[in-house]
Design a protein around this ligand. Structure first.
Ligand code: ATP
Length: 445
């Protein structure tokens, strides 16, 4: 549950029953609630502060619409182009005329579209080709075209109150299997709980939950991601190297305190999707920055991953690969550095191991680079894979001859044992048909 997507995305509710707070907008007696229940969705502008549930409400409407065969298309104004909007509208027109299917178009951060982009969908909202749902943190009176605004119902969502935040956090805490510790009975349940599994039991102080709910300032995403980072940070620093025994010791219980959640909250805006695209984008940026010998960029991408909750061992594994792939024989000790950094991370965990990785990353950015071995090895692989006939036999003189029969068959015959010669030995080591090839110079495709 803690791996992969940010917790806030995983906890996004699918139904109105699980949508907490916002009773003024979607409470039992509201017009919007009855429209949603009868699936008569008008064009809407959802206006509210970050993390209060605008996208979540759109997601609930989407879920409901799909049950009624209504298409739900999402675009984000941060990266969609006018042509993307035109494509959606064209398809909506086809769906409407050929299959009588309605289309709801959700535009996140609609205020980022300029006036002429917003004008693109105005006539199509007017004639009912699309139902528009726009989400914005900005006052729509200033950021949405007056003509478009007049065709949409504006729904004002409020900053989530502390009680709603507690409910949302508690739901996540329960689904993560975390136990809440009653601070009026200090460490009681912590010391009496038994745990036979290899996974540690995670506890959170009740006052840490209250503090997190309070400090999230009505932003459920910040609260949930802050919780996730606090738990991840505690779990990775759980492994301690026990100097006396020389072994890794992992306590079976982990306690999340008020300080942990405060720290998690401070970093919640940089939490990123550890299984998604961002994870691969960042590691690729790190790899390329080191390859380009840019020590500042290398450190930046490293910190962005670690601060975002990345597993330090994942980064360390990439460094081991980099040491050979990009530095290679230009500095063979790079591999030793990378393996040492990997082991160091394994012993001490986060946050202590971050400086080990930083040292290694800067070493690599500054190191001379050579892809000679990497290229040559790829050539050998290509040579083997492209070989049409059966692969050539191992030359007889290179074969081992542990039995009499093998000796009689000529195994090892004529082999020149190099240490016996004071001069370079003239001897072939490749199969006959490859004599003279140079994998370091020739290129195999
Ligand atoms: N009212 C709510 N009930 C339950 N969970 C909520 C609610 N509002 C937000 N959340 C949780 O917070 C996460 C973030 O909310 P959401 O993406 O809907 O915010 P938003 O208002 O669209 O924010 P932004 O403007 O930053 O995009 C959701 O994935 C969900 O887990």
């Amino acid at each position: 549950m803690l791996e992969g997507k940010p917790l806030a995305d995983k906890m996004r509710p699918d139904t109105l029953q699980d949508y907490i707070g916002q009773s003024r907008a979607v409470g039992q007696e509201t017009l919007l609630r009855s429209l949603l229940e009868t699936n008569e969705i008008p064009s809407l502008i959802l206006w509210g502060p970050p993390g209060c549930g605008k996208t979540t409400l759109a997601h609930i409407i989407a879920n409901n619409s799909k049950k009624h065969s209504i298409r739900f298309v999402t675009l984000s104004a941060t990266n969609a182009k006018t042509n993307d909007v035109r494509d959606v509208i064209k398809q909506a027109q086809n769906e409407k005329s050929f299959f009588k299917r309605k289309t709801i178009l959700f535009i996140d951060e609609i205020h980022r579209f300029n006036k002429s982009q917003q004008d693109t969908f105005l006539p199509h909202v007017e004639c009912g080709t699309i139902t528009l749902i726009g989400a914005t943190t900005e006052n729509p009176s200033f950021q949405v075209n007056a003509a478009l605004l007049s065709r949409c119902r504006v729904i004002v969502l409020e900053k989530l109150p502390v009680e709603a935040m507690v409910t949302i956090l508690m739901r996540a805490i329960n689904s993560l299997g975390i136990h809440v510790l009653d601070s009026s009975r200090p460490t009681d349940s912590l010391s009496h709980s038994s745990n036979s599994s290899s996974e540690p039991s995670v506890f959170i102080e009740d006052k840490a939950v209250d503090t997190l709910a309070y400090l999230s300032d009505g932003d459920a995403r910040a609260g949930l991601n802050g919780l996730q980072l606090a738990v991840l940070a505690r779990l990775s620093s759980r492994k301690m190297f026990c100097k006396k025994s020389g072994q890794t010791y992992s306590p079976s219980r982990v306690l999340i305190t008020e300080n942990d959640v405060k720290e998690g909250l401070q970093r919640s805006h940089i939490l990123y999707d550890r299984a998604g695209e961002e994870h691969y984008n960042c590691i690729s940026a790190l790899h390329k920055s080191m390859r380009g010998s840019d020590q500042n960029a290398s450190l930046y991408w490293l910190a962005r991953m670690l601060e975002g909750g990345e597993d330090p061992l994942y980064v360390a594994r990439r460094l081991v690969r980099f040491a050979s792939e990009d530095i290679g024989l230009a500095d063979p000790s790079a591999l030793t550095q990378a393996v040492a950094a990997y082991q160091g991370c394994h012993f001490i965990g986060m946050p202590e191991c971050e400086v080990l990785l930083a040292q290694c990353v800067v070493y690599f950015a500054r190191a001379p680079k050579s892809i000679e071995v990497y290229n040559a090895y790829n050539n050998v692989k290509a040579c083997l894979r492209n070989h049409q006939d059966p692969l050539p036999p191992v030359p007889l003189h290179l074969r081992n001859a542990p039995t009499r029969l093998m000796k009689d068959l000529g195994y090892g015959k004529g082999y020149k044992y190099n240490p016996m010669y004071s001069e370079p030995v003239d001897q072939e080591y490749l199969p006959e048909e490859l004599r003279g090839v140079d994998f370091f110079k020739q290129r195999w495709c």
